[in-house]
Design a protein around this ligand. Structure first.
Ligand code: AMP
Ligand code: MG
Length: 414
């Protein structure tokens, strides 16, 4: 297979360093060209939360399907209440009671009232609901103590959802309340985009399984659980291959999984134990390797068969950053979700200057202090806790030397 880009990435660059780095925007363009929404599938109503609609949903019913009472009270003819007050109580005759769902109804004529509950259908003949608080009832007599105008306290048929209305549009990531609306219009399953299956491989002979106590010269896998949560956030189904040793056969074997996307954490660079890029170049297509950014410069990406493969540096901050710039974008696109970052963005003033080298993009973790942006001093890629101490990050573009104190910058909030 051939790559779309002309980087030196096609050669085995191990231990010789990257001879050139691809610009972030080129790598993003590669992802954008490779990842399109997956095919649609039918999913039952109860499992639709978080799923992405593949088709518009149009209601073929009115909700409510009948004019309904918005208050507990009496269905009456408004004209019968004209002039009523506590000093001029007007008498009506109670001809019946309608309980919700009873299906019962009565024809209301002048001088009559029907007891009615919130949500029940307005009986024919009535044109208003007299709330219980504005009436006194005794046996078959109802005394009106206040006027109601025609239409008062009546919810009209179709006022919530009118038949023919597009209730939700394709691309919508369904919220819990959307399930309520779908159910209310009689939808028991919907056509949604299949969720991408994402295989997570954490490579490194020094790694202990996630959650175990670090011991000796071994460290505990931090990237597995983080990536798994990121994949879920972006609409994918994560599965983990666990810890994979720095062994080409083991890595290739783990990459060849039944997945749409493979995330390889660690071994993405050009060291002696970094095998992933060479494997991809040999058995698939290594499209990008080495990116002009900090952190994450040793990141890479390509294809192995039909799978999109992302090589994420093992340093946890780089791993997070490379995921968010490239892998997350691919997963969201496959899942049919917006390609925008799932972070809120805000404009704030810098407390201190933020320096950056021209020629590479910088991902600077920052804190918000008294409404101003404070760059986090310890910003090495291995300091994962810099991301938990941070409130968000600022992206300094390639052509910028950074920003002076006092400058307004755009902050992405974690
Ligand atoms: P590598 O990208 O494999 O060269 O790893 C770079 C650094 O990140 C090394 O210090 C690794 O020990 C560390 N590292 C690699 N994988 C992980 C991981 N899953 N969790 C935490 N640290 C890691
Ligand atoms: Mg390693």
């Amino acid at each position: 297979m051939t790559s779309q880009l002309p980087p030196a990435a096609q050669d085995d660059v191990r231990m010789s360093g990257f001879s050139s780095r691809v610009r972030v925007e080129q790598a993003v363009a590669w992802v954008t060209a490779q990842a399109n929404a997956l095919e649609a599938e039918q999913v039952p109503l109860w499992e639709l939360a978080g799923r992405v609609l593949a088709k518009d949903v149009i209601s073929d019913v009115d909700v409510p399907g009948f004019d309904r009472a918005m208050m507990d009270g009496f269905a009456v003819q408004a004209a019968d209440t004209s002039g009523a007050s506590p000093y001029n109580r007007l008498r009506l005759v109670l001809i019946g009671t309608i309980l919700p769902g009873s299906g019962l109804s009565f024809e209301v004529s002048a001088g009559q009232a029907v007891k009615i509950m919130t949500g029940t259908a307005i009986p024919p003949g009535a044109d208003a609901v007299l709330p219980v608080e504005q009436a006194e009832s005794r046996g078959i007599e109802v005394f009106v103590v206040s006027e109601v105008s025609p239409g008062k306290h009546i919810g009209r048929r179709g006022e919530d959802v009118a038949r023919g209305t597009t209730v939700l549009t394709a691309g919508r990531r369904l919220r819990p309340q959307d399930l309520g609306v779908l159910s209310s219009i009689g939808i028991h399953e919907a056509t949604v985009v299949r969720r991408p299956r994402v295989r997570i491989l954490c490579t490194g002979n020094e790694l202990l399984p996630a959650g175990s106590k670090p011991s000796g010269s071994c460290i505990t896998d931090a990237n597995g659980p983080m990536l798994s949560a990121l994949v879920r956030r972006d609409g994918g189904i994560p599965t983990t291959a666990g810890i994979v040793p720095d062994d080409p056969d083991a890595i290739l074997d783990a990459m060849r999984s039944d997945a749409d996307v493979v995330l390889v954490s660690g071994g993405s660079s050009v060291g002696q134990e970094d095998h992933a890029s060479a494997l991809l170049a040999e058995f698939g297509d290594l499209a990008v390797h080495g990116i002009a950014m900090r952190p994450s410069s040793p990141a890479g990406m390509g294809r192995l068969g039909r799978r999109l493969v992302f090589l994420l540096p093992g340093n946890p901050v780089s791993c997070l950053c490379a995921y968010d710039f490239f892998a997350g974008l691919a997963i969201r696109k496959l899942a049919g979700i917006s390609d925008r970052w799932p972070y809120l963005q805000t404009q704030l003033r810098l407390r201190r200057k933020l320096v950056s080298a021209v020629g590479r993009l910088d991902y600077a973790r920052v804190k918000i202090v008294d409404g101003e942006v404070e760059p986090i001093a310890i910003s090495g890629a291995s300091i994962l806790s810099s991301t938990t101490r941070a409130d968000g990050f600022v992206v300094v573009p390639e052509n910028s030397e950074g920003y002076p104190a006092g400058a307004e910058v755009s902050v992405w909030l974690y």
